[in-house]
Design a protein around this ligand. Structure first.
Ligand code: HPA
Ligand code: MG
Length: 179
């Protein structure tokens, strides 16, 4: 068990389970991008650990970049504006968006809008975790490590209010009924 802030979490997925699914993803992506040089775009902060392990299994030429989505109020005519901080020039590139987790899909939709505006050649989405019960969008998630129920998890890059990213396994929020 681990305690982060006010909440208790119990073990959910071990390192071996994570590594197996990450290796499978890397092999799938390597095969699909065989003759290309894609750029893996890790979405900070959550994806740092996943992308680092994914790259250890990836074979073939590729580039790696990390970015953070920043959204702010534009003028009244532009509404909310999103940018990808530090992403560099992505025009004409084959981009693989790397997320730790996709749940509602709201963040992802903003990221995709920015990439389309940047004029990328193509984009695909890779996420270590996907919560199908929470997903509200129609955008396909091309590479999914593990589908999980709609329960809060931490570890392996994922946080609860800033804590827990450094845990090497995945922990799930302990239900009050389990006491
Ligand atoms: N854990 C941590 N961060 C998250 C989650 C989760 O389950 N879902 C979306 N962001
Ligand atoms: Mg978070």
């Amino acid at each position: 068990m681990v305690k982060l802030h006010d909440l208790e979490f119990e073990p959910y997925l071990d390192q071996n389970t994570l590594q197996q699914s990450i290796k499978k993803l890397a092999e799938q992506i390597s095969a699909d991008y065989d003759s290309k040089t894609p750029i893996f775009l890790g979405i900070l902060n959550g994806a740092f650990m996943f992308l680092s392990d994914l790259m250890k299994y990836y074979e073939g030429d590729c580039e790696i970049s990390f970015t953070k989505l920043a959204s702010y109020e534009g003028t009244s005519s532009t509404g909310e504006v999103s940018t990808l901080l530090g992403a560099g020039n992505l025009k004409g590139r084959d981009v693989i968006i790397v997320e730790d987790i996709v749940d509602t899909g709201n963040t992802l939709e903003h990221i995709v809008q920015v990439l389309e505006k940047e004029g990328v050649a193509s984009y695909k989405i890779a996420s270590l975790f996907f919560k199908p019960e929470a997903y509200k969008k129609s955008l396909p998630i091309d590479y999914i490590g593990l589908e999980i129920p709609n329960k809060f998890i931490v570890g392996y890059g994922l946080d609860y209010n800033g804590l827990g990213r450094n845990i090497s396994e995945i922990y799930q929020l302990k239900s009050k009924l389990d006491d």
